[in-house]
Design a protein around this ligand. Sequence first.
Ligand SMILES: [Ca+2]
Ligand SMILES: [Ca+2]
Length: 229
Amino acid sequence: MGKTKAWARSQAPGGAMRPAALLLLLLGGALGGCGGAGPGVGRAGDLPELEVLESVGGEDGWVRNDGVADPQGGGPAVGDLDNPTQGLAVRMFLSFDLTVLPPGAVVTGATLRVFTTGQIGQPYTDLGPLGVDHVDFGPLLDASDYAGNTLQQGVGVLATEHIARYRSLDVATQVQADLSAGRTRSQFRLRLPVDSNRDLGQDLVLVEDGERSRGTPNPPLLEVLYLLP
Ligand SMILES: [Ca+2]
Ligand SMILES: [Ca+2]
C-alpha cells in the first residue's frame, strides 16, 4: 500500500513535518481509525495516503518586474526594492514535483505551507497581504513568469502580518487540476497586491525557499492527501 513510505517521508526533514503527521493522525481518527495502530497502518482502502513534497530548489526562485529571474537561491522575497531602484518589485515562485504520486491518485486534500522568516520595511501595511496564484512556469523561471503563465489568480491569502512561522493555504483544487491536466508539477506564485509604494524604502516579505537560503530548516512544502485509484 506504500503507507509506510508515505509516513516515513512525512517525517524526513525533521520537526517541519510534524503538522502533516498530525493532520493525518487526526484524519485517521475522524475516519474511525485506531490511534494505537498509528496513522495509515494496516488499514484497507479507506485512509488517504500522505505525501509531503518540498519545493524543488533548482526550480523555485524569484522574478523581478525588470525581467531578472533567479532560481539559484539568492534572497527569496516578495515585495518592492524601492531602494535603490524606485518601482522595482519582486515575486516568489514555488515548484513541487507531482511525479512521485502514483498514476490516477485522487487528491482529497492539499496544503501549501510557506515559512515567512522576516520582513523589511512594512510590506503588509504598505503593499497588502501575501497572496498566492496558481501558475505553470515549467522547469525554468524567466521574465514572462512575473505576471504570465497564470492558471488561477488569487487562490488565497497566506499571511496578513509578519509572524516567523509556516503559513498555510488549501490548494487541493489546484493540485487535483494539475494532475487531471497531466501536469508534472504544481507551481505557485507569491505576490503582494501592490508592486511598489515608491517610498524609496524596501518593503519585503522574506520567505524560505527550497535551498533554505534564509538559513532555516523550513522549506516550502506541499502536503498532499490522496486516495489510490
Ligand atoms: Ca531555488
Ligand atoms: Ca517601498
